[in-house]
Write a protein that binds this ligand. Structure first.
Ligand code: SF4
Length: 274
């Protein structure tokens, strides 16, 4: 069995940046919510004295780090009352906040392709008084109605390109004047494209990431449209997999998976392949 690794995988630029800030700041530090959806990386940070809390009243440390997904302006104000806030919001998320504000100011009805409960979408909504409607799938796009002279669609930065395009096609039939601004970020697109290329060449793709990581699940969905794919969280889970008939094993990881964890999976997979 040959083991291949996707040409791009793992932490996106924004998450890598936020983790670097957490590593460089000295504890005690609290992050407003977990920095990544990965239990191993969260416990590594906890070992360094980095706490995580979404309950502002519970935060007791002088330094508070905002994670890459960003927050609403009102939460930012509340956090500032508790201590020194270090803004780890990804610049690409900030760009989306700016686009949403520009559209809102110019009288557009805004639609966001994404998840209502995702912290990034909640943060973006906070910049436009929660006036956007959130569409999560093609069915919701079909069901959306109303008369709007000015209407625009943006996306959560981590969404799947193909699904965004499907939603665009449905909405354009109802609103030919729809203004579409594709705000899925380049690192997300690159990870998705690299995973698809890997899946085309592999008999089995193993996607490494937290079970609670939505971007890992999305990579998995992309891969299993093409070949057999499984989602694992730790190297030990490789022992339970069935490699019969697998000539080429592809490995990739979600944007919240640390390199040190992925490297362990690669080493173990290569041992199993001997
Ligand atoms: Fe930034 Fe993209 Fe990562 Fe979101 S997914 S934090 S926009 S690099």
């Amino acid at each position: 069995m040959e083991v291949t690794v996707a040409r791009q995988y793992g932490f996106c630029f924004g998450v890598r940046r936020a983790i670097q800030i957490a590593d460089e700041l000295s504890a005690p530090l609290t992050t407003y919510g977990p920095l990544v959806h990965n239990p191993y990386e969260v416990s590594r940070l906890e070992g360094k004295g980095v706490k995580s809390s979404l309950d502002i009243q519970e935060i007791k440390t002088p330094n508070i780090l905002v994670r890459a997904h960003g927050i609403t302006p009102s939460v930012m104000e509340e956090l500032k009352l508790k201590g020194k806030v270090i803004d780890g919001t990804c610049p690409l998320v900030k760009k989306v906040h700016g686009i949403a504000q520009m559209l809102d100011k110019n009288g557009y009805k805004i639609l966001i392709f994404g998840q209502k409960s995702h912290p990034e979408t909640i943060g973006t909504q906070g910049y436009i008084g929660n006036r956007a409607d959130v569409i999560h799938n093609t069915q919701e796009a079909e069901n959306f109605s109303g008369d709007y002279d000015k209407i625009a669609l943006i996306s959560q930065t981590t969404e799947i390109i193909g699904e965004f395009n499907e939603v665009v096609a449905i909405l354009l039939k109802k609103y030919p004047h729809l203004r579409v601004i594709d705000t899925i970020c380049e690192p997300t697109k690159e990870n998705q494209n690299a995973a698809v290329e890997l899946a085309k060449e592999s008999d089995l793709v193993v996607v490494v990431g937290g079970k609670n990581s939505s971007n890992t699940r999305k990579l998995m969905l992309n891969c299993e449209k093409i070949t057999r794919a499984v989602h694992i969280e730790s190297p030990e889970e490789l022992d339970k997999l069935d490699f019969s008939g697998v000539k080429i094993l592809g490995l990739t990881s979600g944007a919240s998976t640390p390199d040190w964890l992925f490297d362990k999976v690669v080493i173990k997979a290569k041992e199993l392949a001997k």
